[in-house]
Design a protein around this ligand. Structure first.
Ligand SMILES: NC(=O)C1=CN([C@@H]2O[C@H](COP(=O)(O)OP(=O)(O)OC[C@H]3O[C@@H](n4cnc5c(N)ncnc54)[C@H](OP(=O)(O)O)[C@@H]3O)[C@@H](O)[C@H]2O)C=CC1
Ligand SMILES: O=C(CO)COP(=O)(O)O
Length: 315
């Protein structure tokens, strides 16, 4: 099975570095100049692509692979997919983005499946910072594919000695865990940024997990997926590490500081999408709604106070 990665940002480059330790892989980027000239991505400085990685600026050629990984921000996926005319029949399309599309309220595999009904859509997600993967540190991810036979083949192709893929057929659970943990990470960053302490963060993580489970199970996810790498695992990582862009964005909100506009922070648009989705489905998701409000400029102090003022209830 040949493998291509579309997207030359931090995650796409890290995956190319990891997979390229064991087998040939192609990476395509819309602005490939630096990758071509230095074999490093400006989004992941200091890490060089191994010889087994081909940088191919020709998208059509990259689309010829059997397995195609889509490694770009969630809100770019629809626009990117719509410009590709190829039917990609019979190919395995693996979404590597974490989020919910704000216009359609769909996850990445739905978007891929709608654009390419004759291909199989899957998702690769879980607790992993690009820099850790690229440095060869041990990492475990979830590969979710409804076609388990294809999932088994991809698991073998994409795993390396350090990058260990676990498999599931629960695409909905894997995708929603990865999308929503970014929203809760913003809340946790804001909590720490405001100086509210580790106990308050633990409360937000736990009640945030309850919100993730509420929405995901309503949409058919298996609770065991949510307790796994793509849910609980990624929630723990992202809510506790300053390597996370979502967490750092939340910290900046909590401290009343500005944040670099050019940094990918998936949780902001996902908070808006999930708030809309929860309203549509009549589900209560107060922490996600709070993140949406503070991202839109509401006071962090007042928003936290209104969470604390909610009626007492059973856990
Ligand atoms: N970084 C990480 O540690 C991890 C990230 N992820 C997920 O991976 C996804 C990508 O994030 P990440 O790589 O970190 O983000 P980066 O900000 O590092 O890079 C994003 C990349 O996407 C490219 N891109 C943006 N829009 C388009 C488009 N319309 N067409 C083609 N390429 C486009 C950008 O190109 P250009 O440089 O030209 O702007 C850039 O190379 C996110 O959903 C994230 O949640 C998942 C796990 C870990
Ligand atoms: O998804 C990630 C870790 O699993 C990366 O998190 P950030 O996008 O917050 O940096």
């Amino acid at each position: 099975m040949s493998v291509s990665i579309l997207g030359g940002g931090a995650f796409g480059t890290a995956l190319a570095v990891a997979i390229g330790q064991q087998r040939p892989v192609t990476i395509w980027a819309r602005n490939p100049e630096t990758l071509l000239s230095t074999r490093q991505s400006p989004r992941l400085p200091g890490v060089s692509l191994p010889d087994a990685v081909t940088v191919n600026p020709n998208l059509k050629a990259a689309l010829g692979a059997d397995v195609i990984l889509f490694s770009m921000p969630m809100q770019s996926l629809t626009g990117f997919a719509e410009q590709i005319e190829d039917g990609l029949t019979g190919k395995a399309l693996v979404a590597c983005c974490k989020g919910i599309d704000l216009n359609t309220l769909r996850g990445p595999t739905d978007i891929l499946a709608q654009q390419w009904p004759d291909a199989t859509a899957a998702v690769l997600t879980g607790p992993s910072f690009a820099v850790d993967i690229a440095n060869g540190l041990p990492t475990a991810l979830t590969l979710a594919c409804r076609d388990d036979q294809l999932g088994i083949k991809m698991q073998e192709q994409l795993s390396t000695r350090a990058l260990r893929l676990y498999r599931t057929v629960d695409v909905t659970g894997a995708e929603l865990g990865g999308a929503l943990k970014n929203v809760i990470a913003i809340a946790c960053g804001a909590c720490i940024g405001q100086g509210l302490g580790d106990s308050a963060r633990a409360a937000l993580m736990t009640r945030g997990f309850a919100e993730i489970a509420r929405l995901a199970q309503h949409l058919g996810a298996d609770p065991s997926t949510l307790a796994g790498l793509s849910g609980f695992g990624d929630l723990v990582l992202t809510c506790t590490s300053e390597k996370s862009r979502n967490y750092r964005f939340g910290q900046a909100l909590g401290r009343g500081e500005t944040f670099d506009d050019d940094t990918t922070v998936e949780g902001v648009k996902t908070a808006a999408a999930v708030t809309a989705l929860a309203r549509k489905l009549s589900l209560e998701m107060p922490i996600c709604e709070a993140v949406q409000n503070v991202s839109q400029g509401a006071s962090v102090t007042e928003t936290i106070q209104s969470l604390l003022n909610r009626p007492l209830k059973e856990e």
